[in-house]
Design a protein around this ligand. Structure first.
Ligand SMILES: [Zn+2]
Length: 301
């Protein structure tokens, strides 16, 4: 059976995965991870195939999901997938989708009006889509009562009205216009500088590299806590090979440093890693191994 939502508990918090889609990437593995070394990669195949890597097509398999986090009286949605009806011809996997994401969110226990906070780890197309939905031909915020948290640096890096960007990359400008701008115009966006405490246990921290203003969310408590790492770690093989950045990392060297920082935090505090793109079982504890780390997958409750 294909399950589209699952729940984990960390301390007093409840964390539910809301799936948009799982499948092979558009690019071969060596193009997605340009530093991929074939002989090192071969060592990981026994645990990567078939869930995390399709041998026949040489495609890494990734999920796109949101994390619904309930902590105290707060309901938070972390990353909002690719969204429906978005015009993304340069990203075939995210172009003009029509998927029952909001129905799955409701099955996970939250209607759009229940979301208090939306946090986008960064402003790539697969993390901002459900920020908005199409209503009578207009893009409107999907979550009417939510505060949307974005990094100020990240917002400036994508704002299409800086310099010549709108003319130079109309597709990217359109993405900002349909998924970020409506939230800024409605007054629901809050731009974060540096670290930001959401409540007593949830803290946003900068982790630049994948994008200039990428952030992660840490859940800090005595149980060891959790890290919602966005795209600092895209695929589980990067846990073992933390120096392999993706071709989508704006600064691959800085991305590597942020990746190692996240993995080291998890290994030394016993924090569970909740990435946005790992296929099943989606969540892992992190153990040190050699010069890297190794994932110990943790199934939903
Ligand atoms: Zn992503």
């Amino acid at each position: 059976m294909h399950s589209t939502s699952q729940t984990w508990r960390v301390g007093a918090a409840t964390i539910t995965r809301v799936e948009e889609q799982v499948g092979p990437n558009d690019l071969p593995a060596g193009q997605f991870l340009p530093e991929l070394d074939r002989s090192r990669f071969a060592r990981h195949l026994p645990w990567l195939v078939p869930t995390h890597y399709d041998l026949e097509s040489d495609r890494l398999i990734t999920s796109n999901h949101s994390w619904l986090i309930r902590s105290g009286s707060l309901t938070l949605l972390l990353d909002t997938c690719a969204g429906n009806h978005k015009e993304r011809p340069w990203l075939p996997r995210f172009h003009q989708l029509d998927l029952p994401f909001l129905e799955r969110l409701e099955a996970a226990g939250a209607r759009p009006e229940d979301i208090d906070i939306v946090l986008c780890t960064h402003l790539h197309a697969d993390h901002v889509g459900w920020n908005t939905r199409l209503e009578n031909g207009r893009w409107v915020p999907t979550f009417p009562n939510a505060r949307y948290l974005f990094s100020r640096i990240e917002n400036e890096a994508w704002d299409p009205d800086v310099g010549d960007r709108r003319r130079a990359n109309p597709g990217r400008a359109g993405m900002y216009d349909d998924s970020v701008l409506p939230v800024i115009r409605s007054g629901q966006a809050q731009l974060l500088e540096g670290e930001h405490a959401i409540d007593g246990i949830l803290r946003v921290e900068p982790t630049p590299g994948h994008t200039p203003g990428h952030v992660i969310l840490k859940l800090l408590d005595e149980s060891g806590g959790a890290v919602f790492c966005g795209d600092t770690i895209h695929h589980p093989v990067q846990v073992c090979e933390p120096d392999w950045s993706t071709r989508f990392c704006a600064d691959p060297v800085q991305a590597r440093a942020s990746r190692r920082q996240v993995l080291e935090h998890c290994a030394s505090h016993g924090s569970l890693l909740f990435p946005t793109h790992f296929a099943a079982p989606h969540v892992a504890a992190i153990e040190r191994e050699g010069e890297g780390y190794r994932p110990r997958f943790v199934h939903a409750a």
